[in-house]
Write a protein of this length. Structure first.
Lengths: 396, 381
């Protein structure tokens, strides 16, 4: 086997990543707070949307890291750090979620005892949908995520110095445990935070639907960062378009997966035509929402599908960057479509809605800051990973 | 059999060697050559400077054709030609059509890819390649890698190629010969018979295994229901018929019994209770054309379509029939007259009166006075 030259210097990220992040965070928060002041309920939902985006990117990235361990993938080893950086959002989720916990009453209809008292359906759901259990679930889920994030990324970083191959084995074990835990927790989180906004409605596939969006959002964030770093020469020179192609192919696969799941959910409900299920779609077919629903199909499926269909597109940095940003945007629209129709208020000033960019913007700011800080803390290449050499030599 | 030189092959032992050999072959300018490996070696496309295959366009083209065909046919059948309400869905129920559309798309795309590959790359019906059955092939299909430069290459020159292959690290240089064949082996009657035999054996075997050997009914409440089927024998009734005769005195809806059944003429005048409006006459026309026209002709002229198999009836435009009251005509439909059979069991009461009204229309049409024709013309009908 030929020698691989690991001896390369990690280039410092420009400080502008950090300052942009801070700026986005501050501007976003300020406008968001103004929004909260003007129309509390709407901007709480908006805050929830930003929170869901951070869950998607952070927890999704952690899932991608564990997926690499479990699948024994070589190609993604040299870029695993980028994924790990995004997964560092996970511990902050516990803090970011807390303001929402104080406003359960304004967000969730099921949290009002007087509403439950006169509603048979809510009564039967009350053992699960009640404020105490909701808060417990939030902390259990959040702590589980943080625990696995801590264990896995710590071992990964430790390996840089000790070069101990056993750490990889341990991480494989953690990952194998995390994946079923992830399946359950992401379903719980999506049902709690999004599906229960409309507590009468239920869809058994909802967790999978949110999971598809989660993987897409995190994968797009990773792809965008990797392509940016690749173009500016931050990555190891042995990382080539073949690695980019793999990212592009995964993105393409998950676009299809999302389309498949979204359509399955819709078709089953449409075909069975039971009023206790269809009303959720009917709410999204009313007024202006019909356009959002139709646009979602185009933005979330048709456009990224067509952009990524051809083989060259999957390894062309320009098109990949475009697709990645586009998909994050599409995921935002998806979240908007899931969350916002639950806003019911008659007299509010529509101009206020213009402020809705605020919290998502702040969320993106958080991602920039987390990325910058984690980048500073560790190597961009997992130097001690036994699969690194094979990963660098990866060819299609 | 005559043997011809196909090319010169060399064996390599490691994947790195074969990648290196492939790129050197390209650099040297050979174009007609191929690389043989027991598994897909990563980076080979790049080393051989292969362009992306054009087969993808065929796949895309046929895939889109599949999409179009599926949607078109479902639209035509379900929404245009034979619209049927299924589950209260619209005739063109797009969401329900999408799985089928997807499947037809994939089906045509894969078929086109496989058939395209067979014809364009494997030159179907040709089913062999000169390197088959050589010791070279045996090695490269187990644990070695190989390059074969063909003599069709413009730069081919036996000694030069051998020298080149040795220089890039090839061992076991082998000249590959092939027998010149005239007939295509795939059309060999023995081969075809064998194929048919295999097809019959496998399909028969599978049929036997699935339908006889392993057949079981996971649940039976759809297939065997607690009911009697028409025409079938049953143990339930002593006479073993599952279809039961009418219970004496039953009257079907719309078939109230006629009181003057069997008399030559009704003893009192029966009044026509129906109103000859457009709907009623349309019904009368329909029933007349179905039941009466075979013998009485489409216009009641007695011009039977039965070509002498049944005595021709007299015209319905005779003065006698025209002057009869409606009850009399009704009476004949129920009773028949001489050889004309009774239509009591086929035509219900309302339909009988509708036929009577329609016969009146036919009669008026043949015997209208000039003034009446004038009125009809003025009304534009």
């Amino acid at each position: 086997m030929s020698e691989v030259n690991y001896d390369y210097k990690t280039k410092e990220l420009p400080k502008s990543v950090f300052t942009t992040g801070i700026a986005l965070l501050i501007i976003g928060t300020v406008f968001g707070v103004i929004g909260l002041y003007l129309d509390t309920q709407r901007f709480l939902l908006n805050y929830l949307l930003a929170f869901a985006l951070l869950i998607s990117v952070g927890v999704g990235a952690l899932f991608l890291v564990t997926l690499e361990y479990v699948a024994g993938a070589d190609w993604s080893v040299p870029i695993r750090r980028v994924t790990e950086f995004f997964s560092s959002t996970v511990p902050y989720l516990l803090i970011i979620g807390i303001p929402l916990l104080f406003n359960i009453g304004s967000l969730f209809h099921w949290s009002h005892p007087e509403a439950v008292a006169e509603d048979k359906i809510l009564q039967s759901k009350a053992p699960y949908l009640n404020t105490t259990f909701f808060i417990i679930r939030f902390f259990v889920v959040g702590l589980l995520w943080t625990l696995f994030w801590f264990l896995i990324t710590r071992n990964s970083r430790k390996q840089d110095i000790t070069k101990d191959q056993v750490l990889t084995k341990i991480n494989i074990r953690y990952s194998a445990i995390f994946i079923p835990v992830f399946a359950i927790t992401i379903s719980v989180a999506s049902i709690d935070w999004i599906m229960s906004l409309d507590p009468h409605w239920f869809s058994t596939i909802f967790g999978v639907y949110f999971f598809a969006g989660t993987v897409l959002a995190s994968l797009s964030a990773v792809t965008y960062a990797v392509v940016k770093l690749f173009e500016n020469g931050y990555l190891h020179p042995k990382i080539t378009k073949d690695h980019l192609y793999s990212l592009g192919a995964l993105l393409f696969a998950f676009i299809n997966f999302w389309g498949y799941i979204a359509f399955s959910q819709y078709m089953l409900i449409w075909y069975a035509n039971l009023p206790e299920e269809t009303f959720w779609y009917l709410n999204r077919w009313e007024g202006m929402w019909i356009y959002v629903s139709l646009i979602l199909i185009i933005v979330h499926f048709v456009v990224p599908y067509s952009v990524l269909l051809s083989q060259p597109a999957k390894m062309d940095p320009k098109r990949l960057k475009f697709a990645a940003l586009w998909i994050i945007f599409a995921h935002l629209i998806d979240l908007y479509w899931l969350i916002m129709p639950n806003y019911h208020a008659e007299n509010s000033n529509p101009w206020v809605y213009l402020l809705e960019f605020a919290f998502p913007m702040a969320a993106i700011g958080v991602l920039c800051i987390v990325f910058y800080l984690s980048y500073k803390k560790s190597n961009l290449l997992p130097l001690g990973d036994p699969k690194l050499e094979r990963g660098l030599k990866f060819k299609l | 059999m005559e043997k011809k030189l196909f090319g010169v092959a060399a064996i390599f032992t490691t994947p790195d060697d074969i990648i290196n050999a492939a790129s050197s072959t390209v650099k040297k300018g050979y174009t007609k050559y191929d690389v043989y490996t027991p598994y897909p070696v990563h980076g080979m496309d790049n080393a051989m400077k292969l362009k992306p295959s054009k087969l993808g366009y065929l796949t895309l083209g046929f895939g889109l054709t599949g999409t179009f065909i599926a949607l078109f046919f479902m639209w035509w059948m379900m929404a245009m030609d034979y619209p049927m309400i299924i589950g209260g869905k619209p005739f063109f129920a797009l969401p329900a059509f999408i799985p089928v559309t997807f499947e037809v798309t994939v089906l045509l795309a894969t078929l086109a890819t496989v058939i395209g590959m067979l014809t364009f790359f494997f030159y179907f019906p040709n089913n062999s390649h000169p390197v088959h059955d050589t010791s070279f092939m045996k090695k490269v299909s187990s644990d070695k890698y190989g390059v074969c430069i063909e003599c069709a290459d413009p730069k081919f020159e036996l000694e030069g190629v051998k020298e080149f292959l040795t220089s890039v690290g090839g061992i076991e240089i082998e000249e590959i010969y092939y027998a010149v064949k005239t007939e295509q082996r795939i059309f060999d009657p023995k081969f075809i018979t064998f194929l048919i035999g295999v097809a019959i054996a496998t399909s028969g075997g599978i049929y036997f295994a699935l339908n006889k050997l392993m057949y079981m009914e996971p649940f039976t409440w759809m297939q065997t229901q607690q009911k009697l089927s028409a025409q079938a024998e049953t143990k339930f009734f002593t006479d073993k018929f599952s279809m039961r005769p009418k219970i004496a005195g039953t009257v079907a809806r719309g078939f109230i019994p006629y009181e003057y059944k069997g008399l030559a003429l009704p003893p009192v005048e029966i009044v026509n209770p129906s109103v000859p409006d457009e709907k009623n006459l349309a019904l009368g026309k329909k029933k007349y054309l179905t039941f009466c026209s075979p013998c009485h002709g489409n216009h009641g002229d007695g011009d039977s379509r039965l070509r002498g198999q049944f005595p021709n009836p007299p015209s319905l435009h005779s003065l006698k029939v025209r002057e009869w009251n409606d009850g009399n005509l009704y009476h004949i439909i129920v009773n028949g007259q001489n050889v004309m059979p009774s239509y009591e069991s086929q035509i219900n009461v309302a339909e009988r009166w509708a036929i009577v009204n329609y016969i009146r229309v036919l009669q008026k049409a043949k015997n209208a006075s000039p003034e009446e024709i004038e009125i009809a013309r003025k009304e534009g009908k």
